[in-house]
Ligand binder design. Structure first.
Ligand code: ZN
Length: 42
């Protein structure tokens, strides 16, 4: 179950917000990477 951890796909950092963002936005991102993705989407 590799998705059930708190490791950010972007920075490989561990943060409790990763799981929350996975549920909320469907991406395994910590809060700082989520902001980056939101401002600069691929
Ligand atoms: Zn990150």
């Amino acid at each position: 179950m590799r998705d059930l951890n708190d490791i950010c796909d972007e920075c490989k950092g561990e943060d409790e917000s990763v799981t929350q963002n996975l549920i909320l936005i469907g991406f395994k991102l910590c809060k700082s990477c989520r902001i980056s993705k939101t401002i600069f989407p691929i």
